[in-house]
Ligand binder design. Structure first.
Ligand code: FAD
Length: 409
């Protein structure tokens, strides 16, 4: 068997699984199969920002030009209190300059479509409606993936890209796949159609309340997404009057244009998500199974980095495997070593930020906001760029593209 002819099964066709398939194919691995439990490609959530660290990887995967066509440039992040008082401005342009790539706000659907088109061009099929039920060591001492229809496969390499909520691969590797509810609910919404005037500012708007937060991100003149978040107990279920009605009631007294944004969104474009994450774990592999993306290190949405880190994983995983294709333990251990510290910092940082944002004590929130007004946002951007820019491939090469990438669309 030629060394790159390993049979590789990727469990999960989310952003991590799809990007990993592309990265592996580009490294010369030719026998890649993706298995996804859903009938079609996952489209959870409304939009996300591909921060410059993710764009760097997408450039190396030959996808940055496609991304630039669907993505909207955002230049700054404006923090405000729920009544519209300015708390601070973070320069996204400075972040981009420090890392050497642009940021793009994208709809998840369009990002997924770009990844799917690329996979199609690489002749990698996605096997839909294949729910992994179990992973175990069989009587021949092989690692066996069993699907709900009882079909079994024993590939050479199994990549657990099956997300944060009930990763079967994580259960195989660690014995435990129970995520932690972090006491808040996210409603995400996508606005199609009439642009709001706020679109023109090319900025992320971040409003902080007491136990509540609202964020808005423009993608283009006719598309934007938002997230409304509130500290709530687990298991309340969908509100009887609909999500939009509930959100208007939660955010009714907030500064313009929060309420208008919610009202401009169709009910069917709003999703309610109870937010979980996972404790950092140091070992991401067992035998020939290796975790990546949320299955390995799910961070809260307050990190802004979940998808970006899954994309980074894809690159590093493919590189580690192609460096040691015949020593999986070494390849997977190197991958963990490369990725653990960064993803752990992001997971724990996101928890700390969430604990502050969703604190329900009015005095705490008042002091938090006062501190935000006094804080050095330039230093914050430097800190973000140091963390997010850490461990990216061939940074010097990326600078050649800066001129092109810095053209504001
Ligand atoms: C509310 C919310 C908002 C977010 N906002 C942002 C953001 O703005 N920016 C950002 O970067 N990140 C954000 N994230 C995080 C981001 O969505 C994830 O980190 C990212 O999608 C991880 O990709 P993944 O491929 O590892 O996992 P997923 O996207 O979860 O993909 C896992 C895939 O595996 C499939 N699967 C699961 N179990 C099985 C099984 N048993 N058999 C077969 N297939 C299976 C699933 O159907 C899914 O398609 C957010 C997360 C949440 C919850």
């Amino acid at each position: 068997m030629s060394q790159l002819n390993h049979e590789i099964a990727i469990l999960g066709a989310g952003i991590g699984g799809l990007t990993t398939a592309i990265a592996l194919c580009q490294r010369g691995f030719s026998q890649i199969k993706v298995y996804e439990r859903q009938e079609s490609s996952a489209n959870a959530g409304a939009g996300l920002v591909l921060w410059p660290n993710a764009t760097c990887i997408l450039h190396h995967l030959g996808l940055d030009v496609e991304i630039s066509k669907i993505g909207g440039r955002v230049l700054k992040m404006i923090r405000q209190s729920s009544d519209g008082e300015l708390l601070g401005e973070l320069s996204i342009t400075d972040l981009e300059k420090a890392i050497g790539f642009s940021s793009y706000a994208v709809s998840r659907h369009e990002l997924t479509q770009i990844l799917l088109d690329k996979l199609k061009g690489l002749h990698i099929d996605i096997n839909y409606s294949r729910n992994v039920e179990n992973i175990y060591i069989d009587k021949d001492n092989q690692t066996c993936v069993e699907f709900s229809d009882e079909e079994k496969i024993t590939p050479d390499i199994i990549i657990g890209a099956d997300g944060r909520m009930k990763s079967i691969a994580r259960k195989f590797v660690t014995g435990n796949n129970k995520p932690f509810y972090q006491h808040y609910v996210n409603w995400v919404g996508l606005i199609d159609g009439t642009p709001l005037d706020i679109n023109q500012h090319k900025s992320v708007q971040d409003y902080w309340g007491v136990g509540e937060r609202f964020g808005y991100v423009p993608i283009s003149d006719t598309k934007s997404y938002w997230a409304g978040c509130k500290r709530l107990p687990l298991g309340l279920g969908e509100p009887s009057g609909g999500n939009k009605h509930e959100l208007v009631s939660i955010f009714k007294s907030w500064s313009h244009p929060v309420r208008e944004i919610i009202e401009a969104t169709a009910e069917e474009n709003i999703r309610r998500i109870e937010v979980f994450d996972n404790d950092p774990i140091q070992q991401w592999h067992l035998n020939n199974v290796c975790l990546l993306g949320d299955a390995a290190h799910a961070a809260l949405p307050t990190s802004g980095q979940g998808a970006c880190q899954a994309i980074e994983d894809a690159w590093h995983f493919a590189q580690c495997l192609s460096n040691h294709p015949n020593d999986l333990d070494l390849a997977f251990t190197n991958f963990e070593k490369l990725r653990y510290d960064k993803t752990k910092s992001i997971t724990l940082g996101a928890r700390g930020f969430a604990a502050s944002l969703f604190n329900e004590d009015k005095t705490f929130c008042k002091i938090r906001n006062e501190n935000a007004k006094k804080s050095d946002t330039k230093a914050q951007v430097t800190g973000m760029s140091q963390l997010w820019g850490n461990g990216l491939p061939e940074k010097e090469l990326s600078k050649e593209l800066v001129k092109y990438l810095f053209q504001i669309r």
